[in-house]
Design a binder for this molecule. Structure first.
Ligand code: GNR
Ligand code: NI
Length: 168
């Protein structure tokens, strides 16, 4: 297993729209294990392949306190079950240090494949619904900062660019 480098805003590679996973192979499962290790090390509650510069439609999540509930979604599709929006202060490993309120549908149904390629569907609400929508946005080249005002987004971009220049 290995931890992977997480791309940071405004890296243009985060804007890539990911392609469907064709078949779920040992290579897919190895990537999933590396993504889980990377997410736990960060630490975060979710990670999309886009964030580690792999442009395939898969993501991992674990909402438990003790890394006991890894979830894997390959080729996820969501349907909004309740158009009512809920707000949450979102953060992102690709936008480190910034938390801003985002509104999203509260209840969704997801259809996806698991690490064995088996199809499943699930209904999610609460943080699981928020996190899954946040991760699927990554697969579509979107970031939570896209929901903010241009002024807020520009401020965040300039601060992160400054940190990245200092690091380089
Ligand atoms: O670790 C994470 N926490 C989080 C908090 C609120 C809403 C979404 C998230 S996902 C984030 C990890 C991440 O960047 N996933 O893409
Ligand atoms: Ni994120």
């Amino acid at each position: 297993m290995a931890t992977l480098e997480i791309l940071e805003f405004p890296d243009p590679r985060l804007r890539t729209v990911a392609s469907p996973v064709g078949s779920v192979t040992d290579a897919t499962r190895s990537l999933i294990d590396d993504m889980l290790e990377t997410m736990y090390a960060a630490p975060g509650i979710g990670l999309a392949a886009t964030q580690v510069d792999v442009h395939e439609r898969l993501l991992v999540m674990d909402l438990s306190d003790d890394q006991s509930a890894p979830m894997v979604f390959i080729n996820p599709e969501i349907e909004v079950l309740d158009p009512e929006l809920g707000e949450y202060d979102e953060g992102c490993l690709s936008v480190p240090g910034f938390y801003e309120t985002v509104n999203r549908p509260r209840r969704i149904r997801v259809s996806a494949q698991d690490r064995n390629g088996e199809h499943f569907t699930d209904e999610l609400e609460g943080l699981a619904a928020i996190c899954l929508q946040h991760e699927i946005d990554h697969l579509d080249g979107k970031l939570f900062v896209d929901y903010l005002s241009p002024l807020k987004r520009t401020r965040i971009r300039k601060k992160l660019e400054k940190t990245q220049r200092r690091r380089a």
